[in-house]
Design a protein around this ligand. Structure first.
Ligand code: PA5
Length: 439
């Protein structure tokens, strides 16, 4: 993975950037020495080198058993208990994988990430025709969305396979000791994996939370961890990519660039952006502070958001993830009639067109006043994604500290829950409903 911030530097105050960089190095050390805010949630910092061979083997063996026993694995979770594995599976899978009838590995489908009646019902209808299992993931074990989906799908599974049969098809990933899910898993004897106390949801993709679904989908988790380990080493000290990225983001914010758009030129990266938005949004957006994380899929969104980015309010900066070598290359054909006027591209590779669209867009956006940060991956493979994931996590911790917030809590998430519980008249929230309805 390579980071290039040179096209953002002219938009910041150089001295201020250098100051942020020095401060970022200090904050990186604070992450390693656990001296900053939220230091009880820093288990992810050394995780890549601390993951035991025993745990990885257990995850791989569990995945192998699933490969041989189900057609579909439903992974139930929300936020950090969902987005990391969803992002990595999407990035590594074929674009039309879901439509394949002959499959080597089970189809991984996600549930419990919304409360849509249509989504759950349509999933039930699909599962009716297939053999399936459930992997339920919740650190707290009490989050409403996944708990609701699990309640419904567990019942269906028990009807299909009997309670005993269902137990063998359910895996729970949750707290080692506490929570409703842990209690249920103990009672029913589900296969379980623990989430360490010192790793919060959005930093948990390299724990069983992310690794098990990724292994079930048939991908190489050791390669993913190897990539993360490489980046962990690279960002341990000094003027490293995470330090630079955190510093340039904060220097841009100081110049009122308060919206960061993560852009890609390969739709397989769509969910990497969703994961990124959760990571940065939930970590930095508090106390009236933070850079608002947004995302676009180019070139599709050049035909929707492109106009705003080029000429709208000048408070945006772009971070582009570019894949050097796509898995597939092909030459564009020639056409005798040439009615579309595209013969000038005949014989050239489609990726050359994509790369020139990227370069042209970068130049136009910079010209239009949009600072550009570029992250280059050589290929879309497990190891490079592992590097990218750890890079974003490390930079997020540093950047949050530079902003002066605790990047590892999410107090604001409780507000909607309190209102929802009161409106639904959950015991313990009596009396609040009328007050809310008057509002
Ligand atoms: O990053 C976080 O901590 C959150 O996004 C959580 O992952 C999310 O709320 C789900 O929580 P839980 O795993 O406890 O169900």
């Amino acid at each position: 993975m390579k980071l290039d911030i040179s096209k953002a530097l002219k938009f910041v105050d150089k001295q201020q950037f250098e100051k942020f960089k020095e401060e970022a190095k200090v904050q990186n050390t604070a992450l390693h020495q656990k001296t900053g805010k939220g230091s009880e949630f820093l288990g992810w910092v050394n995780l890549p080198s601390e993951l035991s061979d025993e745990l990885l083997t257990d995850i791989e063996n569990t995945a192998k058993k699933i490969h041989n026993s189900v057609e579909v694995m439903v992974v139930i979770g929300i936020g950090g208990s969902y987005l990391g594995s969803k992002a990595i599976i999407e990035a590594l899978s074929g674009s039309f994988e879901n439509l394949r009838i002959e499959r080597k590995y089970p189809l991984v489908i996600f549930a419990g990430q919304n409360i849509s009646a249509d989504y759950l019902h349509e999933l039930q209808v699909l599962l009716y025709k297939h053999s399936y299992g459930l992997t339920v993931i919740s650190k707290s074990g009490t989050t409403t969305e996944p708990a609701l989906a699990f309640r419904v799908l567990k019942k269906d599974l028990e009807i299909k396979y009997g309670r005993k049969g269902a137990r063998k098809r359910i895996i729970a990933i949750t707290d080692a000791k506490k929570g409703a899910l842990k209690k249920l898993a103990n009672t029913e004897g589900y296969k379980t994996f623990d989430i360490a106390d010192d790793i919060g949801g959005r930093f948990s993709v390299l724990t069983p939370v992310g690794l098990l679904p990724i292994a079930i989908a048939g991908f190489d988790i050791r390669e993913l961890v190897r990539g993360a380990k490489k980046m962990a080493l690279e960002t341990e000290t000094g003027n490293n990519p995470a330090v630079k990225y955190a510093a340039i983001r904060n220097a841009l914010l100081a110049k009122n660039f308060d919206i960061e758009i993560l852009a890609n030129y390969n739709p397989k990266l769509h969910y990497i952006a969703e994961w990124f938005k959760q990571l940065y949004g939930e970590s930095e957006g508090k106390g009236g502070k933070g850079i608002f994380p947004a995302s676009v899929d180019f070139t599709s969104d050049l035909h929707s958001m492109g106009q705003y980015i080029q000429e709208g309010r000048r408070n945006l900066f772009e971070t582009v993830i570019s894949i050097n070598k796509p898995d597939n290359k092909f030459k564009l054909p020639t056409d005798e009639a040439n009615l579309d006027g595209l013969n000038y591209l005949a014989g050239r590779d489609l990726d050359e067109v994509n790369k020139n669209a990227e370069l042209g867009t970068m130049l136009a956006h910079i010209e239009g006043g949009v600072p550009n940060i570029r992250i280059e991956l050589d290929t879309l493979c497990e190891a490079e994604i592992g590097e990218l994931i750890y890079f974003f996590e490390k930079a997020c911790g540093i950047s949050g500290y530079l902003l002066g917030v605790n990047p590892f809590d999410q107090p604001g998430v409780e507000a909607y829950k309190k209102n929802m519980f009161a409106l639904l008249e959950k015991p313990g929230f009596e009396g609040e409903r009328d007050k809310l309805l008057k509002k």
